[in-house]
Design a protein around this ligand. Structure first.
Ligand code: FAD
Length: 349
């Protein structure tokens, strides 16, 4: 029998960042994950955009979560000795004069000083993007190669002999003062199953509003971009003339398959910003574990005190997971309460 502090079920970005944090805080862990190529973390574009929407509003808690995420990914890069995290600016392509006015108004607000930069023309940017109203530079953005990071962390866990690559069968879970699963005994179990939490009998009552997303991987010698471009879609340069382009949002559809409609939506949006030629090299679809109130869902099961959840990262797994993994680890150590906004408890009261 192997004895650990916590079993973690799921090793997408949620399980990965939590495992990393718990190990740093000297907890012993055992991770169980069935590798799913369509898991949201294997599909994610991986962009952190600090200022979103037509009104260009700062993402929730971005001033707190972004510096912590950057620090965490950089230290994980040096630990795993691989490059997977990239500081990038986002070129926000304006759609109208009103967009420019909103941008300029926000630029006068000191709260946006870290994020909103100059407005430039396509000629100044020297890119093959159509932007008659100009381009606003969003500073302090970044992208993470999520599948690469989770794969490297998985290899590390395998080497440490603390990862079982298998489906977690909930019928085999034994709950008493301790948790037992097959030959593993633990103080507690933390579910990081992404949208599959909907099939977990302990958490299937949580009001997820799942959002399917599709994206394309394209090859284009004509585009020659070094920054991320955003206008209704994100165009992310991944190196070697390869770009990810996406994503779509389809609510409450849990089919993990790509569709002709998804491809058309993305290629139509792409054709509105560039006439560069390209070839589609891959199409992907996954389900985002999105909550109705757009906040993570973290905490202890209302009846079983040794069962926990770390989920609900929605569209923002990259920016939110490091900060809230640390916050949750602090809670498990008894150092802090969980923020009400992200606590599972908010759904129980
Ligand atoms: C098209 C698309 C684009 C996106 N773009 C971005 C972006 O640009 N930036 C951003 O921050 N976020 C983005 N996201 C969202 C991001 O992908 C999610 O926030 C994040 O991946 C959620 O991670 P997770 O670990 O909670 O879930 P998942 O990635 O789904 O991981 C869950 C893991 O648990 C495993 N698992 C589940 N149940 C079991 C079981 N019973 N037994 C064993 N293993 C199990 C699964 O196999 C999987 O490995 C995007 C998502 C999509 C679909």
């Amino acid at each position: 029998m192997k004895e650990v502090d916590y079993i973690i079920v799921g090793q997408g970005i949620a399980g990965t960042m939590l495992a990393n944090q718990l190990l740093q805080d000297n907890f012993s862990i055992y991770v169980i994950d069935k590798f799913e190529p369509n898991a949201s973390s294997n599909i994610a574009t991986g962009v952190v955009n600090p200022v979103t929407g037509r009104k260009m509003v700062k993402s929730w808690m971005i001033d707190e979560v972004l510096p912590f995420a950057k620090k965490t990914y950089r230290s994980l890069e040096s630990f795993l000795q691989y490059s997977f995290f990239h500081d990038k600016e986002i070129y926000k392509v304006f759609s109208s004069v009103e967009d420019v006015q909103i941008w300029n108004a926000k630029r006068n607000d000191s709260a946006y000083a870290n994020y909103l930069g100059d407005i430039i023309s396509t000629q100044e940017a020297n890119i093959s993007i159509e932007a008659p109203f100009g381009i606003g530079i969003i500073k302090n953005a970044c992208w993470l190669d999520v599948p690469l990071m989770t794969k490297l962390f998985r290899q590390y866990l395998l080497k440490k002999e603390v990862l079982m690559e298998a489906h977690f069968d909930i019928d085999l879970l034994e709950i008493s003062t301790d948790i037992c699963y097959k030959n593993i005994k633990a103080k507690g179990i933390i579910f990081c199953e992404g949208y599959r939490a909907c099939n977990n009998p302990y958490f299937n009552w949580i009001p997820f509003t799942l959002a399917k997303g599709e994206q394309l991987l394209i090859h284009s010698d004509d585009l020659a971009l070094t920054s991320i471009v955003n206008k209704n879609i994100f165009l992310v340069p991944k190196g070697n003339a390869v770009y990810s382009v996406g994503s779509t949002f389809i609510w409450n559809d849990t089919t993990e398959t790509v569709t002709a409609d998804g491809r058309k939506e993305i290629t139509d949006k792409l054709s509105k910003i560039t006439s560069a030629s390209y070839a589609i090299i891959e199409e992907k679809a996954g389900i985002r574990p999105t909550m109705r109130d757009r906040r993570p869902v973290i905490g202890q099961h209302p009846i079983h005190s040794n069962i926990f959840i770390f989920n609900g990262l929605g569209t923002k797994g990259v920016s939110l997971s490091p900060y809230f993994a640390q916050h949750f680890s602090g809670y498990l150590r008894g150092n802090n309460e969980l923020l009400q906004e992200i606590s599972l408890q908010r759904l129980v009261e």
